[in-house]
Ligand binder design. Sequence first.
Ligand code: CP
Length: 355
Amino acid sequence: MKPASQMSWEAFHALDPDMQSGLLQKDGHIFHVLYARQFERDRLEAMGLLATRIRKIAKTVDGMHFLRDQLFHKRAMLYFTQPSTRTFLSFYSACQILGMAVGEVRDKSMSSEFKGETPEDAVRSFSSYFDMIIMRSAIGGLAERMAWVFMNSDRPVPVINAGSGKDQHPTQALLDIYTLQRSFEDRGGIDGKTILFCGDLARGRTVRSLANLLTNYDDMRLIFSAPAALTIGNDILASLTKRNVPYEVSADFERFIPEADAIYMTRIQDEWDSVKGESQTVDTSIYAFEKRHLAVLKPDAVIMHPLPRRNEIDHAVDADPRAVYWRQMRNGMWIRAALIATIFNCAERINDYLP
Ligand code: CP
């Protein structure tokens, strides 16, 4: 296959994401991060171990100095033109942990896009000042387009997709896998577990990306529970079938709670409504985890949520040790630091720091 730098945008874009994966690497390690499917099991294991190393090293002052020395010569641009709390702040913190200086655009009205500059030109201009671009955009495919633009420019900086359109949120999937790895480390790992997804599965890019990554594990069972109007996309189900991952689709959430090893709750994503108020016409009242459900949940199961939440998890559930969503959020900082360290090729030095 031709390198991406010799490929038209149309040819690059038309490639299956599995085929694009090789083109998104540099010197054998990951460079651009666009899709969850770029991460295979070995890479997920390595990334989880590195995140745990960074977490342990960061516990001491000497360790923090060591980590800050790793990338003090690099700068990252955070271009977030869609709202975000966790992804923005965890990337910001991850960059700081590794010593990187950070710039940000969070509001298009404060950039030259307000004067009519295209998002493509706006993002391209960041590469004149920064060594990495971390971007969240409502425009599906913009991160992919920018990766291709940079591959064809004299400033080939890496692009990390921090959420694009309704489709992909690969780094959320990484932190979700890291949370599952940690939750099940004394139970034989992720293999053989039943994962129950609940909520707006049609427009939840976190669910789509995580479902992709779970195909890396053996003997999984995935259950997707949502009202008919918000059910999981056929493209995800087709990719599960292709990889021989058994799944069930059901409107009955409560029925599956006792069988789940992990429950992944999501909120209704009404920001994507094509007509204002459209989501309010869907009855979502039964797609909520209530305090009474704790009684039927397995003693060693976990309740996850990418957050933010609305009313799909009762606040009374927060105190239960099986509710791991706050820990899950913090895991995002460590796994994103591990990802950035991997992209800039300093994972080995960090792994060697502790005996
Ligand atoms: N999970 C997640 O993407 O949260 P934010 O939208 O707050 O970044």
